[in-house]
Design a protein around this ligand. Structure first.
Ligand code: GLC
Length: 420
């Protein structure tokens, strides 16, 4: 009997002190914001232990990893940081937990409208918005000033002219490593984001708001050709951009080896870090417009916290997800990584402004950012765009032919899914 009581007591002690273990899939940016947020949560939650699992940088690779797991109804990861383009697909597949209960009107109103739309599918909310993104033009204020330019480029022509003039002058002065412009043109989702900005900035569209495929348009061809020409005709971008993702471009720019860069807000925190060679020399502006457009365009990016519908620990997972999207966590992301908040109030928060005095300029670009097509078959749509955009931009295929064939494939895909 005594032995039995001792065993029972031991079991009770173990149960009382047992931690619920949950896993969190996210990429760790070079500044470590997500890992830090996990550490803080673990420190104040003795009953929950979150294990941070670092996944690849590329959103396309992350997507592949999760689709394999969730498709097999894997309860792991309990929580994951997911791209703004995933909610329709993950909701339709039943992989993302429905979160309407946590978003009464009073809560929804605290967020930027675009980010709530992005996590909503058929009237229900499927993720907690963590941070938002929009494509920006980063430029070297010191170099533009040196060559007499008093504003960043507003048009494609200005971009080319400024880059060529500065390159000529700097190379003649012995700055042989300098390039004009770096961006993301590897064959992955980032290329789609970049090219869409040129398409929209030239008055074109691939799939319109009503789901019609409208890409067979000279304005679209002209945009894709321009991206190709940046490399091969105007020679302001190095051929290496054809395999660049965000971090590749960021590193070149940060080393002081590029005049212009297209990237997301996070790159600003790195460029202005204490050890950065370009600290204090970097300006941001909207991407320039094309000859047929009325304004530049930014692709809406961003990341949301999803709770796995198959998680064995939904209660704890939700608690953790709420922390990751709280005002405090978003403030930490601004400080550590310059991730743009999804909660409106943070754009006027004094602490946030002391870390990024240009927050208002970022805000203007974020609220005007344009979403990619919202459909559960977005991965297939993107795969088609990735292939043809890369073929055209790299010179493997004539842009007109590429856009014609891309349009044909998109139409076939929509027919296959009965969307036409
Ligand atoms: C950024 C954006 C994301 C986009 C990705 C492409 O992470 O936030 O929405 O899909 O870049 O590389």
């Amino acid at each position: 009997m005594k032995k039995f009581l001792v065993v029972l007591l031991a079991i009770l002690v173990v149960v009382a002190f047992a931690k619920v273990k949950i896993t969190y899939f996210a990429d760790n940016d070079p500044n470590g914001a997500e890992a830090l947020l996990v550490r803080i949560f673990n420190a104040v939650h003795p009953d929950i232990q979150v294990e941070f699992i670092q996944v690849p940088w590329s959103t396309t690779d992350k997507h592949q990893m999760l689709v394999t797991r969730l498709g097999a109804k894997d309860p792991d990861p309990d929580v994951y940081l997911g791209d703004v383009i995933w909610p329709p697909e993950f909701a339709a597949a039943g992989w993302a937990l429905k979160l309407d209960d946590y978003f009464p009107k009073s809560e929804r109103e605290k967020y930027l409208p675009g980010v709530i739309d992005a996590v909503t599918y058929k009237g229900h909310i499927y993720a907690f918005p963590a941070f938002t993104d929009g494509g920006l033009l980063f430029y070297r204020k010191d170099l533009l000033e040196k060559y007499g330019y008093d504003h960043p480029p507003r048009t494609w022509d200005e971009l080319v002219e400024m880059a060529q003039t500065i390159l000529k002058g700097e190379r003649a002065a012995g700055n042989k490593d300098l390039v004009g412009f770096v961006f993301q043109a590897a064959q992955y989702e980032g290329l789609v984001c970049d090219v869409l900005e040129y398409v929209w900035a030239n008055g074109g569209e691939i799939i319109d708001g009503n789901g019609n495929i409208v890409s067979d348009d000279p304005k679209v061809v002209e945009a894709v050709k321009f991206v190709h020409d940046l490399i091969f005709k105007y020679k302001i971008a190095p051929e290496s951009v054809l395999s660049f993702m965000e971090e590749d471009a960021r590193q070149v720019f940060q080393q002081g080896k590029a005049i212009f860069m297209r990237n997301w807000p996070y790159a600003w925190s790195h460029a202005n870090s204490p050890t950065s060679p370009v600290k204090g020399k970097v300006g941001i502006a909207p991407m320039p417009r094309g000859p047929h457009g009325s304004s530049g365009a930014a692709t809406l990016g961003g990341w949301n916290i999803f709770v796995n519908a198959y998680s064995d620990h939904k209660k704890e997972a939700i608690e953790f997800a709420k922390w990751l999207t709280s005002e405090e966590a978003q403030l930490i992301r601004i400080i550590v990584r310059n991730n743009m908040p999804t909660r409106k109030d943070l754009y006027t928060n004094k602490v946030a402004l002391s870390f990024n005095p240009d927050l208002e300029d970022f805000y203007k670009i974020m609220i005007n950012a344009k979403p990619r097509p919202r459909t559960p078959i977005y991965p297939e749509v993107s795969d088609i765009m990735q292939r043809y955009f890369h073929a055209a931009v790299s010179g493997k295929m004539d842009p007109q032919k590429a856009i014609k064939e891309m349009t044909k494939e998109l139409n076939e895909l929509y027919e296959e899914y009965g969307l036409k």
